[in-house]
Design a protein around this ligand. Structure first.
Ligand SMILES: Cc1cc2nc3c(=O)[nH]c(=O)nc-3n(C[C@H](O)[C@H](O)[C@H](O)COP(=O)(O)OP(=O)(O)OC[C@H]3O[C@@H](n4cnc5c(N)ncnc54)[C@H](O)[C@@H]3O)c2cc1C
Length: 420
């Protein structure tokens, strides 16, 4: 066996980019997936690479605001009532993090990861000429009501002062000229020129074709069910298609990661946060910019080759049904803001399970139980944005090199701290 025989479990954007950076540093990589690589949460998300998203989900007041919006019946946020102790424990920890201090701590970690990841994507996409519809056009946070638009000013000032990330305000009247696809009479918007977007399925297809050429092996329809170890070192994984041997292993199993808890000797606190998207041809009056309708938490992505409406956040366990009410909510929200909100035919009706942690931060670290297993999971709502930096950090950790960032904020150790 050659020196670096690395097995990556999970072929989403995180596993694929770990594969990319490991291959670049001389590893022979096998990517194993229980389904088809790239077909889970990384497939039809909104495609944002968004350094603007420094603030975690755990901001002060979010629990109360979400509960209030759930009462309205048409909320983009939904929590299925449960007595499941894991889910209840997760929510309790989430709620405890919704304070100023923890929000700023998570924001600092996310900010550094997002900045580094955006730079790495630019290098990778331009360097490898990946045809993934990359555009650095920025992103608009759009408000229906003027009061909410004006309220964002405080947040904008805070993110500017603390992280140097800020947006340009556009009043309702300025907005019509800036983005003619929007209806007139809206409250206003904030324009972040730092953001980019791409077509996630194209990115994964392009990376796969490069990896294929470099000799990466893809094993699909093979669920990893067990780690076979000797003296704290994993020698192989058992899959539904037989054993796969290696001397380094990366677990990049997204929302499914807790199913491996027992084998990894960890209690990984990931809950699936279900979101939906609808993909269709571009409307005639197509937005120039990606848009987030802040009060409705719905996102629009104008790709070169299509148009997507996405979002909503449903905590309902591993429920794999397509909820029609959620899908129609996407359309109804778009109608409020856009002159031509959607087109026909709908090419894809999709859902994905975001791997949600209670502190909004991913887990990028070695698994303490084993000398040769690393974890890259829990990327919440930012897995695409954070894919490149995660792949780079994992490659550096495995190769024993200094990491490009301080990784204490994404460590596994934080899970067992008493304050957690
Ligand atoms: C509606 C929506 C919009 C979003 N928009 C954005 C956005 O604009 N920008 C952004 O940055 N993020 C966005 N996200 C979040 C992003 O999609 C996720 O964070 C990201 O896809 C997670 O990637 P992953 O590789 O960890 O997981 P996945 O893509 O889910 O991949 C995990 C893979 O592991 C495999 N697997 C699991 N268990 C096993 C096992 N035991 N054995 C073998 N294989 C296994 C699965 O089959 C799967 O293929 C969005 C999400 C949703 C739902």
């Amino acid at each position: 066996m050659s020196e670096h025989q690395t097995v990556i479990i999970g072929g989403g954007v995180i596993g694929t980019l770990c594969g990319w950076y490991l291959t670049q540093s001389g590893h022979r990589v096998t990517i194993v997936d229980r389904g088809v690589c790239g077909a889970a949460c990384s497939k039809s998300n909104c495609g944002y690479i968004s350094p603007s998203h420094v603030l975690p989900l755990t901001v002060p007041g979010v629990v109360w605001k979400s509960l209030k919006s759930m009462m309205s019946g048409d909320s983009p946020f939904y929590v299925k009532p449960t007595l499941n102790p894991e889910r209840l424990g997760w929510f309790l920890k989430f709620a405890r993090r919704c304070n100023e201090r923890d929000m700023l701590e998570a924001a600092q970690v996310l900010h550094e990861l997002l900045q580094a990841s955006t730079r790495l994507y630019e290098e990778l996409i331009h360097g490898e000429r990946l045809a993934c519809e990359w555009r650095k056009d920025g992103l608009l946070f759009v408000y229906q009501h003027e009061r909410e638009y004006e309220e964002y000013e405080k947040t904008n000032r805070m993110t500017q002062e603390r992280f140097g990330v800020s947006a340009r305000p556009l009043s309702g009247t300025e907005l019509v000229e800036f983005e003619p696809a929007l209806k007139s009479g809206l409250g206003g918007a904030w324009y972040f020129d730092c953001d980019a977007h791409l077509r996630p399925d194209r990115l994964l297809a392009e990376l796969r074709s490069r990896l294929d050429r470099l000799g990466t092996r893809f094993v699909e329809q093979a669920e990893v069910t067990e780690f076979i170890s000797e003296g704290g070192t994993v020698r192989s994984v058992r899959t539904s298609q037989g054993e796969i041997a290696g001397n380094r292993f990366v677990v990049a199993t997204g929302a499914w990661t807790p199913f491996l808890n027992q084998h990894l000797g960890l209690k990984i606190p990931i809950q699936p946060g279900k979101g939906y998207s609808l993909t269709m041809p571009r409307p005639r009056i197509c937005p120039k910019y990606p848009l987030i309708f802040e009060e409705h938490r719905v996102a629009i992505t104008p790709f070169d080759s299509g148009y997507r409406i996405g979002s909503t956040m449903e905590f309902a366990g591993y429920d794999d049904t397509l909820n029609e009410r959620r899908l129609s909510l996407l359309r109804r929200s778009a109608e409020i803001y856009l002159r031509e909100p959607y087109t026909e035919p709908i090419e894809e009706r999709w859902f994905g399970w975001r791997p949600m942690t209670w502190d909004s931060k991913p887990l990028i670290d070695r698994v303490p139980k084993y000398a040769n297993v690393w974890l890259a999971a829990g990327h919440n709502m930012l897995g695409l944005s954070l894919g490149a930096v995660t792949g780079k950090l994992i490659a550096q950790m495995i190769n024993g090199e200094p990491t490009l960032l301080d990784t204490r904020g994404v460590s596994v150790a934080r899970l067992s701290r008493r304050s957690a």
